[in-house]
Design a protein around this ligand. Structure first.
Ligand code: GCW
Length: 652
């Protein structure tokens, strides 16, 4: 049972299984563990709703059949004719995804006829990275950028004994299509480095709890692991002793976890060790690990988040946005087949608005994963409602060459998880929608995010009256746009408090070494990234984007200050000046957040009191913080520009 535990059922409350659990089902074929999972799911559902799982030969309304084929095949086919709903799949894996599809359809899966339709994921790897530390880090805590309590996997230096919660997590993830999880922070500290060797048993236990839901377990490793763990006293990727060390260690990992997914590596980034120390390239580094994993079918996810975090703010020629492309584009074609380059979706760092990274599209001969951030580091830290479905959908629909569906954007989709040991998994109960939406978009990047949102609403609140469903939709649907309005304007980014990144501080990073500046002065604001007069970043794009971004006349409004430094009086395509846009959006953003809070308050009679109270509490904080953003930003720009609000509203 899932409703009675210490944690929320999220999008799998028992009631979501009513249609399935009220029927006679039969399962044919399939002796693999995933088919067993499907059987257990059905038996539980029938126990709740009075149906039964019958033997072959009996009449059944729901027929599930594993037809045999590759165990890795995730596809399934659903049809309905002659009063029976039939789900067939080559493997138990596909059958499990098919079962969750039927759960989503509810009674519709058992009414009328359904023409046979085969479903399969667009991307083979749909992965969540946990930035979870094993030992509490003195600055970052148990979970780096975690806003949902402690880690699901680790507590105070130890593995959590509670694998039931991990298993329930795996079940939620499978129900939205995720099939890979990395269990520790990409910033690998001393304790965490040992997960690779003497503490691999901890990882194996997690892998065991996730496996029944079709999820492969991955591990973040330190590039300096040989030196940290008693191997050679160098990590040079071309040193034969280093390569042998990795091969041997990796073979032992596979003895413990035969279906281990592979390694995730943050190298030469924000102080992490990497191949640059030995004069080697990132392809050399990644390929060494790829070689160690290759005999076992594993993959290395090598992150492209490499930039100079010790920049001198006086130096206007260095542009952090350029870094990933400058480092990696020249290496296209050099990475091994089982090395995946993991690229953040934007060139900077998970801001509320960024262009799509130009590196995506510049590496046709490399396996690419696009990395999103489900944890809301820069989008309200799960204290603000900010549903990111539309942002991710824009990223996934972007075509680097500007042509309509030329091909897929990436081979894989990865995201930083927002889940923790909080009762609601995600701190803010409505942030569950982000986790669910990520999984569903990874399965089908072309899906309409608003359709996914409605799916999440319906699953999470089975039988919800229209007032509840419409209210939730209204609160979540525009919430990303609202958040954007009251924070950093027109793509300029940051303006957050340094360190924890919550709340406004317009100049918080302006004179820092991190490369995240807005360059506001009395005349104007923005970063000139044009080729003609700026850092030249715009030229990293293919046409038509390079040309479009190059000129303030054609650059889309929402990215104007990412690409250009313009006067406050610059006229946007919207017909407003930049300064008036800043004032208007900051007033509107707060008003929209107030309206969302009002809608939520009106739903009190339709939501469990504890959940309602949790969200209400978060709305109070969101409002307080949104007003702080509005007032700091508006006052700052009034003081800098001396231009008054055309509508005469109060600016302090
Ligand atoms: O956004 C930044 C975060 C760091 C994080 C880093 C990364 C894990 O502030 O906390 O480190 O990105 O993606 O590696």
């Amino acid at each position: 049972m899932t409703d009675s535990g210490d944690f929320d059922a999220a999008w799998l409350p028992d009631a979501a299984f009513r249609a399935v659990g009220a029927r006679r089902s039969v399962i044919r074929g399939g002796t693999d563990p995933l088919t067993d999972t499907v059987r257990r799911e059905l038996i539980d559902a029938c126990a709740w709703f009075g149906g039964e799982v019958v033997r072959d030969g009996d009449t059944a309304e729901f027929v599930l059949e594993v037809t045999g084929g590759s165990p890795d095949d995730e596809s399934y086919t659903l049809r309905r004719a002659g009063g029976a709903t039939t789900l067939t799949a080559p493997s138990g894996r596909g059958l499990l995804y098919g079962l969750f599809h039927v759960v989503r359809l509810g009674e519709d899966a058992f009414a009328g006829d359904l023409a046979p339709r085969t479903h399969r994921p667009a991307l083979a790897t749909r992965m969540l990275d946990h930035w979870d530390n094993v030992a509490v880090h003195p600055v970052m805590g148990q979970v780096e950028r975690g806003y949902a309590g402690g880690s699901l996997f680790w507590a105070d230096g130890e593995a959590r004994g509670d694998l039931g919660r991990v298993r329930a997590y795996g079940r939620l993830l499978a129900a939205c299509g995720i099939n890979a999880v990395a269990v520790n922070n990409v910033n690998v500290h001393a304790t965490e480095a040992r997960l690779l060797t003497d503490r691999i048993g901890d990882v194996a236990a997690i892998a065991g709890a996730l496996r029944p839901y079709g999820i492969r377990t991955h591990l973040s490793v330190s590039f300096a692991a040989p030196m940290l763990l008693g191997g050679p006293d160098t990590a040079d990727p071309l040193d034969p002793a280093v390569r042998e060390w990795w091969a041997a260690v990796t073979a032992r990992v596979y003895e413990e976890i035969p279906d281990f997914g592979g390694y995730v590596v943050k190298a030469d980034s924000e102080g992490r060790p990497g191949p640059f120390a030995y004069g080697r390239s990132h392809a050399d580094g990644a390929n060494m690990l790829a070689a160690a994993l290759e005999p076992h079918g594993g993959t290395v996810h090598w992150r492209a988040f490499v930039y100079d975090h010790r920049q001198d703010w006086r130096d206007r020629s260095t542009d952090r946005a350029r870094a990933a492309y400058d480092h990696f584009a020249p290496l296209d074609g050099e990475f091994a087949d089982n090395a995946v380059l993991q690229v953040k979706h934007g060139p900077m760092d998970f801001q509320v608005r960024e262009p799509v990274s130009p590196l995506i599209g510049a590496m046709p001969d490399t396996r690419l994963a696009v990395e999103l951030q489900v944890t809301q580091e820069y989008t309200g830290q799960q204290r603000h409602v900010c549903w990111l479905g539309p942002m991710w959908s824009e990223v996934l629909r972007f075509r680097p060459d500007g042509e309509v569906p030329a091909g897929r954007l990436a081979h894989e989709l990865v995201a930083v998880s927002n889940a923790g040991d909080d009762r609601y998994w995600t701190g803010h109960p409505l942030a569950q929608a982000n986790l669910y939406t990520f999984g569903r978009l990874a399965w089908d990047p072309a899906a309409d995010p608003r359709g996914v949102l409605d799916e999440w609403i319906a699953l999470t609140h089975p039988g919800a009256p229209d007032r509840l469903a419409d209210g939730l939709h209204a609160i979540l649907d525009g919430s990303w746009a609202t958040y954007e309005k009251y924070t950093a304007p027109l793509g300029v980014g940051f303006m957050v408090q340094p360190g924890h990144h919550y709340g406004p501080s317009v100049d918080g990073y302006e004179y820092s070494p991190w490369g995240t500046y807005h360059f506001a002065d009395r005349d104007g604001i923005g970063v000139d990234r044009s080729v003609a007069t700026g850092t030249g970043f715009a030229a990293q794009y293919a046409e038509p984007w390079a040309k479009l971004y190059e000129s303030p006349g054609t650059c889309p409004d929402e990215l104007l200050l990412f690409f250009h430094h313009v006067p406050y009086g610059h006229l946007l395509h919207s017909g407003k000046t930049v300064i008036q846009h800043i004032y208007d959006t900051h007033f509107e953003g707060v008003e929209e957040a107030e309206e969302a809070r009002r809608v939520w308050a009106d739903l009190a009679d339709l939501v469990e009191p504890e959940r309602h109270a949790r969200v209400s509490e978060r709305f109070e904080e969101q409002l307080r913080c949104a007003r702080e953003w509005r007032d700091q930003i508006n006052s700052y720009f009034l003081r800098k520009s001396g231009v008054r609000d055309a509508r005469g509203r109060t600016i302090h």
